[in-house]
Design a protein around this ligand. Structure first.
Ligand code: GLY
Length: 255
């Protein structure tokens, strides 16, 4: 059984953090409609969606991925790099307590889950404005006894590592080579996004299905042509808040 933790779009989403994008108006009804479709697709793919209440005080709180790294054995509560997001942790902790023993990143570590890519027993931590080497060191210490290896990765051009690269299988990554160097992932094969779609590397893998943002059809076609069960998901409204598909859920197995 798979669980997907999600959270409703905050009525304050218009005041979200922005790092690289210019602020533009977010249509909250459209954001909510697209988010509901996303949750519906997760359910179709067999996830039990645990939908948390909106947090009016936390504009970015729909992006639950940043607040925890959920492994089979433990969940690590992050210390988000943006001060405005630290208060999102309490409700995510409550949601994860029934499912996993919790560990925590401590100051001076900062970590956003969007910078953490878990591929089998390899964990890549992108060093960014939101995540630092100290957090990567702490994470390494928390997961070593469970057989994981943590590696630091440099990247540029986007807010989080997982905008530049995500896994489509345990062997293969989808990557924008302009933003992160494939040599950082010597154990994995890499599929490149279509060069006209630099933001397309963020996909959600659920079983054999790969959800890609519908705005990036050429990358979707690349995945389909390679035999992946690639499925488009409308995500354009929350993209204005610098959020991508993986940002909107914490997906993990439960007994
Ligand atoms: N707006 C997404 C973030 O900055 O975390």
């Amino acid at each position: 059984m798979r669980v997907a933790i999600t959270r409703g779009v905050s009525p304050a989403i218009g005041a979200c953090e922005l790092t690289l994008l210019e602020r533009e108006a977010i249509d909250i009804d459209n954001a909510r409609a697209q988010h509901s479709l996303y949750e519906g697709i997760l359910e179709e793919l067999g996830c039990r969606v645990e939908h948390l209440d909106e947090e009016p005080g936390f504009p970015d709180s729909v992006f639950v991925e940043d607040i925890a790294v959920v492994l089979d054995e433990i969940a690590v509560i992050t210390r988000p790099g943006a001060l405005s997001r630290r208060g999102e942790r309490a409700s995510i902790e409550r949601a994860l307590v029934p499912h996993r023993p919790l560990k925590h990143i401590q100051a001076p570590g900062i970590l956003d889950g969007g910078d953490v890519m878990v591929v089998a027993k390899s964990i890549y931590v992108g060093l960014s404005t939101r995540s630092n080497a100290e957090a990567a060191r702490q994470l390494g210490g928390l997961v070593a006894s469970h057989g994981y290896r943590v590696m630091k990765v440099g990247f540029s051009g986007c807010l989080h590592l997982k905008s530049a690269v995500t896994a489509v299988s345990d062997d293969t990554l989808l990557i924008n080579p302009e933003w992160v160097d494939a040599s950082a992932f010597p154990e994995h094969s890499c599929i490149h996004v279509d060069p006209a779609e630099p933001r397309a590397a963020n996909v959600v893998r659920i079983g054999n299905a790969v959800l890609f943002a519908a705005e990036f059809p050429q990358t979707g076609e690349r995945l389909s042509a390679l035999g992946y069960d690639a499925r488009p998901v409308e995500a354009s409204e929350l993209a204005k808040a610098e959020g991508a598909l993986t940002c909107c859920s914490l997906i993990f197995e439960v007994p």
